[in-house]
Design a protein around this ligand. Sequence first.
Ligand SMILES: [Zn+2]
Length: 370
Amino acid sequence: MPERVVNTFLELVKINSTSRNEAEMRGHLLGELRRLGYRPAADKKGNVHLTLSGALANGPALLFNAHLDTVVPGNNIQPRVLADRIVSDGTTILGADDKAGVAALLEMLKLLQEKKILFHKIKIILTVEEEIGLRGAKALSFQDVQADYCFVLDSDGAVGSVVNKAPAQEVLDFRVRGRSAHAGLEPEAGINAIKIAALAVSKIKSGRIDSETTANVGVIRGGAATNIVPEEVLVKTEARSRDERSLQKQARGMIAAFQKAAQKLGGTVEIARRREYEKVDVPPDAPIIKISRLAARRLKLPHRVLASGGGSDASVIFGRGVPTIGLCIGMEKVHTKQEYITLRNLTLLPKYLLEIIRAANDYERTAVSR
Ligand SMILES: [Zn+2]
């Protein structure tokens, strides 16, 4: 007999919910939560909110977060349950990112009722459009995310480990302009924007820059025809780092490469730069880490504290001033058709969440009496 959370998971991954198309998934979850006797709400952006007041008069307020959307190809997912894991049929992603997190939260709520677990306050926020720029999370107010500790269920790796560091990200778009001319009749009158972009890109450091920093030239778009000297090229890049100085240095280097190339070849460059999200940086001795460790120990799970290279809703919620860590939820090879989750991790996750609730209460009590 498979555990209940496995069936919940299989049900959720069959609901189509690629980014911006979360309505059916949201409707399903609102229904499930109401069936459990709760009163969830959806905000204007489409995020689902649930706030529970428990029997404990005092104690920490805990926020749990996961996201409703998936990447593509994510429609008509046909999960296959193998001996030790769940996979897709190979034509789509599985959607364990992030439905393993959502399924575990539903199971946690059921266990809270059945086992009559004591707690003070628990909030759950399920966001939309995480995969296309954390847009659901960015629509949350400070009030929405107010909590003593926040756990974001959206990291790969074995259940029991946590993520305390994630990079900040800068996005830099370079619009390179040259001058168009007929390539056969009057090439001398033209300034080739593609040549400028190519020169700049060849000078840019990209890939893994240092242990904290990465950069990527991700999109290049421009030119109209072989017989026209191209007038305009758009180059989209990003840089991420867990170290602010290194991030700034990388961004400066990319900007300088484009400015120099434009100058050298007689064109111009227009730069649009934005901070996509802030870094997550929770000290390894912070209470939230200790709580996650205590919970892992009680289940005899290895507890590793990891640095991530990716952004998540944690980036936004931590940026709102809430102590926030990522929980490893057992999903693997995410954003690929080879994505999978082991049955062991999927069934462990709700148990780990319950232990986190217990450990948070215990930690606060001992901290107060100290
Ligand atoms: Zn995710």
